[in-house]
Design a protein around this ligand. Structure first.
Ligand code: MRU
Length: 363
């Protein structure tokens, strides 16, 4: 089996056979160790998202859906089953605020519970599990479609720059921003990828470089502040990044540093594309101003990945986990339904109002 098949067939999130645990790859241990962990209590599930053991917008949505199923299975005999399920949903949803896929997936599960309130918890559980599996399966098909649309923009020997990690580990199978790259490579196209390391948590170095290297893609890791230099050298023809929430005017939240890449790309005349499933588009967000940005602890900047602290004790730090790229810097948004181009508001509204559109459709 070629290397690339191995990486995209890794199951990074699953429900255990007895339905009471969620099994994930602990992404904080990569690239050193490919280690699976099993989680069952509400606190373990919350912390897995908060501590980025599972991360990437679509992956945390799938994880939360399975997490709610695991928790439901543990309270089947509880008198206030429905209330507890809603409370668990709120709790998991409070783990990280920016990626809309988290609340989207939880809402889908809670809507099933609400629609079948008259059933016993025992009868409801299989329906919840079915919905969670559907969310997972739909993500697989959406990533495949995104990969196909994105691949249509690639050609032989092209240089691609990406930021953070939007590969199979952040989704299911191909990933979003890495999807077209893995697919094109699989089909024999020669590509060169520049992966930003992505300070402070190094998802680019730890995860993107790992995934692309496993797949055998020509990959060069750079520090975030080197992107301008590689663009100036003429090595980058296109930028592909993922997304955590897309507002209706096209403003897009993604990992901190993404908007800087977009500004550089504009400066050097390089097309900049956002890739993500339609579950990352938030009808309730009109623009950047409506997107909540997660702030994280200063330890991530000062000491987390160092042998000893790399900043003076007590220094003030500002650590936003995401930023918003303004729509006028974006050449196109690639979803499973196609490539959306400006004017984004008009075209996103059209996409969201398609007949019977209720979020991503199954295959
Ligand atoms: O903090 P993270 O690692 O969850 O941030 C992830 C990103 O910003 C990804 O680019 C985004 O979630 C898209 S994943 C397909």
């Amino acid at each position: 089996m070629p290397m690339n098949n191995k990486i995209r067939h890794l199951e990074n999130v699953a429900l255990s056979e007895d339905g009471r645990e969620v099994i994930i790859i602990d992404q904080t241990r990569l690239p050193g160790e490919l280690h699976y962990i099993r989680l069952s209590s509400p606190e373990e599930l919350y912390l897995a998202i908060f501590e980025l053991k599972i991360r990437g917008a679509p992956a945390i949505g799938i994880f939360a859906a399975y997490g709610l199923c695991a928790l439901a299975a543990q309270i089947l005999n509880s008198e206030n089953f429905h209330q507890r399920l809603r409370e668990y949903g709120e709790y998991l949803n409070s783990s990280r605020p920016t990626a809309v896929n988290l609340s989207w997936a939880i809402q889908r599960l809670l809507a099933i519970a609400e629609a079948h309130k008259d059933r016993s918890p025992q009868d409801l559980l299989p329906l919840l599990q079915q919905e969670a599996r559907a969310i997972h399966q739909q993500d697989v098909s959406m990533c495949r479609a995104i990969a196909e649309y994105g691949k249509s923009l690639l050609r032989e020997n092209i240089g691609i720059l990406t930021h953070c990690n939007a590969g199979p580990l952040a989704t299911s199978r191909y990933g979003t921003a890495l999807g077209p790259i893995l697919l094109a490579h699989e089909q024999g196209m020669q590509l060169r990828v520049f992966a930003d390391e992505t300070r402070p948590l190094l998802q680019g170095a730890r995860l993107t470089a790992y995934e692309l290297q496993q797949a055998g893609v020509d990959t060069t890791l750079i520090c975030d502040n080197m992107a301008s230099q590689v663009m100036k050298n003429g090595w980058v023809d296109i930028c592909f990044v993922g997304c955590d929430r897309v507002a209706m005017n096209g403003d897009t939240a993604n990992k901190i540093g993404t908007s800087g890449v977009a500004i550089l790309a504009k400066h050097y005349g390089i097309p900049f594309y956002v890739l993500g499933p339609s579950s990352s588009i938030d009808k309730n967000c009109q623009s950047a101003a409506d997107i909540p940005i997660e702030l994280r602890s200063k330890e991530e900047i000062c000491s987390k990945y160092y042998m000893k602290p790399m900043a003076p004790a007590g220094v003030k730090c500002y650590n936003p986990a995401f930023d918003v790229t303004e729509h006028n810097l974006i050449s196109g948004i690639i979803t499973e339904k196609g490539i959306i181009r400006p004017p984004f508001r008009e075209n996103l509204e059209k996409l969201m109002s398609e007949a019977e559109w209720e979020g991503p459709q199954s295959e």
